[in-house]
Design a protein around this ligand. Structure first.
Ligand code: UD1
Length: 438
């Protein structure tokens, strides 16, 4: 008898989060260390040839990537839970492998410390990303003003100190835009430069202050961080330090939105309430109260939700990194809201996914016009970027029925065990394997 081979169906699977909506939350959530602070500070460890010991590091895919990038350029790392010991005594000129750098824009932050410490470096351009083109011209112009020769060849930024000089030279630098990354690059490079560097129109984010505190703990001379003029007096050498990372204000704001949308009383610890000022102000406009119970603890007290307008701006304005989560909340807040994104040109992709869940949102340019609906309905949705994925989880918590959030690689970049933390508060969600329909 003739045997005919039947093709075996190969079933590919993907990990998704399944949320059963409308459970109420209660209790306290522990906020992890700030991803964006940790990434810049990890790059900053290159400035020092002695050991640096960091603590309160979040367990995130982005942090793992940064560890791999540092290891690829010769840095020795020992990680134990939230602690990381970094020995950058034998760091090389690079370049770090492009396949790693292309996955993490923050990897470009190594350029300032490498150049300042070694006098030359090669760093691949980080490439585009889902939320916009994100150029690095302000980083490059800052380094050039400090005496670096910078040219881009085959997608790699080659930077060296002009005239075979040993140190960068302090300079007066005005940033056309208060870029967080450019401020960090210039600040780190200036710590070991000769003379004084002044950064005007500097970014004022708490992560800049954390980076400056870290550099100061190694002996750097920096003042004015947290204001729009930062002054750095270069020193010859930095020394070993022990440094704890600040709590993540974006993770904290995400949980505040989760409490508000489920009408639940939840506490957050540890936080720096000042870092949450714009989020707290907007929550109060929307309805919920935020009580500051202790210098490092806040509590969300639920109230009816009403619409408001939000425009993203550099700190202390409302953060672009909280925009998507607040949009999920406004989607079920009574009345009309307008959310305007001014920081990144392509950061409203979550609108289409929220619409699939029944949100009434119209997009016009960089503004989303929202008419609150009484409830959302669960649906399969796809994460488009990191904060958008958190917004979809928040929407799923409030929606009727089941929401399946796909594209978890985004979520895992920036939220440490989000489902474990939400489950502990009483949310009904699980991470499951699901067949991919090809
Ligand atoms: C950081 C944060 C990111 C946050 C953003 C704004 C990290 C790892 N990431 O990103 O989560 O959303 O700040 O708060 O800390 N720009 C230029 N030229 C440059 C640099 C930036 O035109 O050389 C533009 C960008 O395209 C963007 C704007 O400036 O439109 C803000 O970017 P920037 O503040 O630099 O953000 P990042 O440091 O990339």
């Amino acid at each position: 008898m003739l045997q005919v081979a039947t093709p075996t169906a190969t079933e590919e699977t993907q990990t998704v989060i399944e949320i059963e909506g409308r459970a109420s939350l209660r209790g306290e959530v522990r906020i992890s260390g700030a991803k964006n602070s940790a990434l810049a500070i990890m790059a900053g460890t290159i400035l020092c040839s002695d050991d640096c010991r960091l603590s309160n590091l979040p367990a995130l895919a982005d942090i793992d990537k940064m560890c791999q990038i540092l290891a690829a350029i010769g840095v020795k790392l020992k990680r134990d839970g939230d602690r990381l010991v970094v020995d950058a005594s034998h760091v090389g000129h690079g370049p770090a492998p492009y396949d790693l750098v292309s996955q993490l824009r923050a990897s470009f932050f190594v350029i300032g410390p490498l150049l300042s410490r070694l006098g030359m470096t090669k760093v691949p351009l980080p490439g585009g990303c889902a939320i916009g083109t994100r150029p690095v011209d302000l980083h490059v112009r800052g380094l050039q003003a400090m005496g670096a020769d910078v040219h881009i060849e085959h997608g790699v930024v080659n930077a060296s100190i002009k005239g075979n000089g040993r140190r960068l030279t302090g300079a007066k630098i005005y940033l056309d835009y208060p870029s967080v990354g450019a401020t960090e690059t210039i600040l780190m490079a200036a710590t070991l430069a000769e003379g004084e560097t002044v950064i005007d129109n500097a970014a004022r984010e708490p992560e800049i202050v954390d980076l400056a505190n870290f550099c100061r703990s190694m002996g750097a001379q920096i003042r004015g961080d947290g204001s729009s003029r930062i002054i750095i007096n270069g020193v010859e050498k930095l020394h070993s330090t022990d440094f704890p990372i600040i709590p993540d204000r974006i993770e904290a704001a995400t949980f505040l939105c989760a409490g508000a949308i489920t009408h639940s009383e939840i506490s957050l610890f540890p936080v720096v309430p000042d870092h949450l000022a714009s989020a707290i102000a907007k929550l109060r406009e929307i309805g919920p109260e935020v009580a500051i119970d202790a210098p490092d603890r806040v509590r969300l007290i639920p109230r009816d939700l009403r619409g408001t307008d939000i425009e993203t701006l550099p700190y202390p304005g409302f953060p672009t990194d909280m925009q998507a989560q607040f949009m999920a909340l406004l989607a079920v807040s009574e009345g009309n809201s307008v959310v305007t994104e001014t920081v990144f040109e392509n950061r409203l992709q979550h609108v289409a996914e929220l619409q699939r869940m029944g949100a009434n949102i119209k997009l016009k340019g960089n503004a989303a016009f929202i008419q609150g609906v009484p409830f959302l309905s669960g649906a399969p949705v796809m994460s488009t970027d990191l904060r958008a994925s958190a917004a979809l989880v928040i929407a799923g918590l409030a929606a009727e029925g089941k929401t399946i959030v796909q594209g978890l690689r985004h979520l895992d970049r920036g939220y440490e065990d989000i489902e474990g933390k939400l489950r502990k508060l009483g949310a009904k969600l699980t991470r499951i394997e699901q067949p991919v329909s090809l």
